[in-house]
Design a protein around this ligand. Structure first.
Ligand code: ADP
Length: 329
């Protein structure tokens, strides 16, 4: 029965019951009790049917949404896999044809290497997603020097930052204690945050990594002066497959928001980085938070527990909802 039909039956049943009850009270005739009871049963049955239809309709809507999300995701992933492959294929053909100067050869090979890295990143993210969803995501928690992670990630991302004429720097920080984390996982999270800052900051931006200690935590921050994230997107920022776009009211210079920036091949992605970052930070007993202002930039902070031999590795069995967003920071 449709929701509209159920509402009609419930309404009609209710009205008939009330009328019968009214007549019963007025005339004091016994057989009206029976009609009133039948009416009540009809109302109860129709109410149950109504509730059931609402539930089914909600489920169907959710399934539709998921189906839509899945199709969008599959097409996005296909695009993300095809684009680098097309570049790799074209450049390899050029190189095979020969007659390419040494400098150009080097440039082509560098591009091929970059495109391969992009594909590997995507595949690693997809593998992580499937492990998380399959409940088989494992961590190797140990004592990690967070400063070393920051330094090595910055080194690895320097070339990518230079290609966009960004300044990527580490703000000098006092000695910070070791943290409890899976070093490989932490490196991927930090790299992902730097890559996002590179992607979502107009050319010639400033990206700064900093660190400080508070109570039992070490905070690692990635700050950029990029396009920022609209306030209304903050509740879904860490959701699976969320991908934003620059706000129309962004204060970023119009030149930065021109088509070149929006359609730049570098603004690639499938909306998994922040979702995975939040999930794995929770598994490592830490959390991720963001402060952002449209047109001003964003600061993503990773809060990691200071290393403690007794507690390290004893991460909560259930990953908490532990992302925090602060707009206008
Ligand atoms: P992806 O980069 O693949 O889209 P992420 O999960 O890493 O996926 O990021 C989700 C979205 O969050 C991005 O599409 C972008 O809109 C927004 N975002 C992430 N980092 C930044 C940043 N530093 N500045 C502005 N927007 C960002």
């Amino acid at each position: 029965m449709s929701i509209r039909g159920s509402i009609l039956v419930v309404g009609l049943g209710g009205v008939i019951t009330l009328i019968l009850l009214g007549i019963f009270y007025a005339s004091n005739q016994q057989h009206f009790v029976l009609y009133a009871l039948i009416g009540l049963i009809v109302v109860c049955g129709a109410t149950a049917a109504l509730l059931w239809s609402i539930r089914l309709e909600r489920k169907a809507k959710r399934l539709d949404e998921l189906d839509h999300l899945k199709s969008e995701f599959v097409s996005r992933v296909s695009h993300e896999l095809r684009t680098p492959l097309t570049t790799i294929k074209a450049l390899t053909r050029l190189l095979l044809r020969g007659g390419v100067g040494e400098e150009k050869q080097r440039e082509y090979l560098e591009t091929i290497a970059i495109e391969c890295d992009r594909q590997i990143d995507l595949i690693l993210n997809l593998l992580d997603l499937s492990r998380i969803e399959g409940g088989v995501y494992g961590l190797a928690m140990e004592r990690v020097e967070a400063a070393d992670v920051v330094t090595s990630c910055v080194k690895a991302e320097l070339a990518a930052a230079e290609r966009r004429r960004h300044k990527l720097q580490i703000k000098p920080f006092a000695k910070i204690p070791p943290v409890c984390a899976d070093p490989k996982v932490l490196r991927r999270v930090v790299s992902n945050l730097i890559e996002n800052s590179i992607k979502y900051t107009p050319d010639g931006g400033l990206i700064t990594l900093s660190a400080d200690v508070n109570a039992d935590w070490v905070a690692l921050r990635v700050t950029d002066n990029g396009r920022g994230i609209p306030k209304e997107d903050l509740p879904i920022l860490f959701d699976k497959f969320y991908r934003g776009c620059p706000a129309s009211h962004s204060a970023v210079s119009p030149a930065a928001l021109d088509e070149e920036f929006l359609e730049d091949a570098d603004v690639s992605g499938v909306g998994l980085g922040l979702y995975l970052a939040r999930d794995v930070m929770g598994r490592m007993g830490g959390r991720i938070s963001v402060e952002t202002e449209v047109g001003e930039g964003s600061t993503f902070t990773l809060h990691l527990p200071i290393w403690n031999p007794e507690r390290c590795g004893k991460v909560p069995s259930e990953v908490k909802e532990n992302a925090e967003t602060i707009a206008g920071g």
